[in-house]
Design a protein around this ligand. Structure first.
Ligand SMILES: O=C(O)CCC(=O)C(=O)O
Ligand SMILES: [Fe+2]
Length: 324
């Protein structure tokens, strides 16, 4: 005998419960429909499969590339689906500790459609741009981020738990909310400003997970992006990967203010004033580690009474970098 529908429902995952509520079922089958992918994206992927980089891929800055991926129709359809899920009242888990308003699209039933996009379009391009990290892609964490002035206005400087990140903007009614790039984690210039990217609807920006970046505060409107963190487990198991992760070069002088992180950096307060919000996030800042301190860091830490170490306000005597 079948249990009553309500009991049956309780054993289903939110993803399964959402199936009959889908607004655009075609989205869950494939994202690669003619009307959704731009012709530029098709050309870029076709060239990449042939082994060369199409000139529609713009090199924005060292290690940062972009190209037109999705049509306006796709962006609108995708966001309507996300809104529809939100309105269903089904539970949402947030993509990471820094985003309070996003949603993990894998968990609403889009994992397979995004895997297809990853394998057919993203991977061949990534292999040309970042061959070491992209020998293959075997998993992804994909989610929506959302910024609004009175919600999460921006995103602190960070690196991604991703080998190669693809980040596509899905709307256009906003000002501000640029994406600021600094250097590569572990290198001497990881907190030096590299470049500010302006998001455009449908355009994807591609970078390594290790590249330090953060979203500038939004000035008006709302910005929503689909972020695809691509994983390559074989790369992560390699000696080169481990060696790179352990490396921490001495910083090339003081960090640029655009590149400091209130979540991770011990000297944040010496370069930008802390607020209640930033202090709340400053939990056990560790960066840069002791062996990587730039030459004036000891003094900088002493100057700043509020710089945090180990989650506690540090006392003046606790300089974690020797003051020269
Ligand atoms: O807002 C953006 O464009 C970047 C978001 C991001 O870096 C992230 O969610 O990891
Ligand atoms: Fe990120």
């Amino acid at each position: 005998k079948q249990p009553p529908p309500s009991a049956r429902n309780a054993t289903l995952t939110p993803e399964e419960r959402y199936v009959p509520l889908r607004r655009e079922p075609k989205l869950f089958e494939s994202l690669l429909r003619d009307e959704w992918l731009t012709s530029e994206a098709r050309a870029v992927a076709a060239a990449a499969w042939e082994g060369y980089l199409h000139d529609a891929v713009v090199r924005e800055s060292s290690g940062v590339y972009s190209f037109e991926l999705f049509s306006k129709a796709f962006c609108e359809t995708f966001l309507r689906e996300v809104d529809n899920y939100d309105a269903s009242g089904l539970p949402v888990r947030r993509p990471n500790s820094m985003n309070n308003y996003g949603l993990i699209v894998n968990e609403i039933g889009m994992r397979d459609a995004i895997t297809q996009l990853q394998q057919e379009i993203l991977w061949p391009v990534a292999r040309l741009l970042f061959p070491l990290q992209s020998t293959r892609f075997d998993a992804h964490h994909s989610f929506i981020v959302r910024y609004k002035e009175d919600e999460d206005p921006g995103l602190d400087m960070h690196t991604d738990d991703s080998d190669v990140t693809f980040n596509v903007c899905l709307n256009s009614n906003f000002t501000g909310a640029g994406l600021t790039f600094c250097g590569d984690a572990g290198t001497s210039r990881h907190r030096k400003l590299a470049f500010r990217y302006r998001h455009e609807m449908g355009r994807v920006v591609v970078h390594l997970g290790t590249k330090r970046h953060g979203a500038d505060d939004i000035e008006s409107g709302e910005r929503r992006n689909l972020i695809i963190w691509n994983h390559n487990h074989r790369w992560r198991a390699s000696r080169t990967y481990r060696r790179l992760r352990e490396r921490y070069a001495t910083e090339a002088g003081e960090p640029d203010t655009e590149c400091v992180s209130y979540t991770h950096d011990r000297d944040y307060g010496a370069f930008k004033p802390h607020t209640d919000r930033t202090r709340e996030h400053a939990n056990r800042p560790w960066c840069p580690p002791e062996q990587a301190c730039y030459d004036t860091m000891g003094e900088r830490l002493l100057e700043d009474e509020y710089s945090y170490y180990g989650g506690r306000p540090r006392r003046r005597s606790q300089g974690m970098c020797p003051a020269t």
